[in-house]
Design a protein around this ligand. Structure first.
Ligand SMILES: Nc1ncnc2c1ncn2[C@@H]1O[C@H](COP(=O)(O)OP(=O)(O)O)[C@@H](O)[C@H]1O
Ligand SMILES: [Mg+2]
Length: 288
């Protein structure tokens, strides 16, 4: 929804619109509402011109407005992130939505050179369309605003984890770029393991997963949210996606989380006919 708004209005944005939107975003960590006075100072625009820009941004759905001031909305954050990624040549066209998860929307995209990419936008706290009773409360500008920071932090955590484990050879999407709550990732053409009911070589697929977990572990990280819902299988290799909740191996719950990750994934493999012992999997992941 908000990405559609961001893309639709992107081309209508003028330099001063971006300036106001950018300055508004600088305050998300400190204030929920930003007054015109503060924005005048920050942008250097005189009141009348600022007012004009704010009206446009409000009309685009990028900014919320109340008596207490102005608030950046999700679509505004999307627009800012897109602009940065477009500016870096990491995104030059958007494709269809390829995944809606618990915490993010993922779209197919292409970069400047025509390479296909996945654009992942964090959406923690978003309203579900089915959940109409809570819809009003969640979609209010104030509540949207509180989640912006949460989403930016989650993207930052996933970015850090992927930057750490991808270069070591783990089968995870290559991270190309990040802006705010958005990540540009290698696009994996595959199906989630939860949708794959039969595997020709379950042992080979499991070993891919264990090997990636072993590499992550050797880099000091445990995935922390592993299950058949976060593994993409491309017909040959298995890729572990979705790393924002990765924890360090010295985290007090690290061992428990590793056991849970492994139990989850081994339960899936039992369903496809491979019974692999938990202790053996643990030993493999912890071996250097
Ligand atoms: N790199 C990728 N390539 C292809 N599809 C992806 C990629 N990353 C995510 N997806 C798709 O988007 C969905 C949601 O992404 P995910 O990273 O799991 O976020 P969430 O936290 O919302 O579960 C996934 O289930 C998958 O279908
Ligand atoms: Mg997921």
């Amino acid at each position: 929804m908000s990405l559609r708004l961001a893309v639709e209005h992107f081309k209508r944005m003028e330099e001063d619109d971006w300036k106001v939107l950018y300055h508004l975003s600088r305050f998300i960590y400190s204030f929920m509402h930003v007054s015109e006075e503060v924005l005048t100072k920050a942008t250097g625009l005189e009141a009348k011109r600022l007012d004009y820009r704010l009206r446009r941004l409000h009309e685009f759905g990028f900014v919320g407005r109340s008596r207490r001031g102005y608030t950046l909305l999700t679509a505004g954050l999307d627009a800012l992130a897109l602009r940065t990624l477009v500016g870096k040549g990491l995104i030059s066209g958007m494709g269809r939505e390829i995944g809606v998860g618990k915490e993010a929307d993922v779209y197919a995209a292409v970069d400047d050179e025509g390479n296909r990419r996945a654009l992942k936008l964090y959406r923690i706290g978003r309203i579900s369309f089915r959940d109409t009773r809570r819809k009003r409360a969640y979609s209010s500008p104030l509540i949207q605003h509180q989640w912006l920071v949460v989403n930016i932090r989650a993207a930052g955590r996933e970015w850090k984890a992927l930057k750490k484990v991808h270069p070591l050879g783990a089968l995870v999407p290559k991270p190309y770029g990040r802006s705010r709550h958005a990540l540009v990732l290698e696009l994996i053409d595959g199906a989630l393991l939860c949708e794959v009911k039969e595997l020709d070589d379950p042992k080979g697929v499991l070993m891919d997963v264990l090997e990636s977990l072993r590499i992550a572990y050797s880099a000091g990280l445990i995935n922390g949210d592993l299950s058949e819902f976060n593994v993409l299988y491309d017909g040959e290799r298995a890729w572990i996606i979705d790393w924002p909740q990765a924890v360090r191996v010295d985290h007090p719950n690290a061992e428990e989380l590793l056991r849970r990750d492994l139990s989850n994934i081994l339960r899936y493999f039992r369903k496809v006919g491979l019974d692999y012992p938990l202790e053996k999997a643990l030993e493999y992941v912890r071996s250097v």
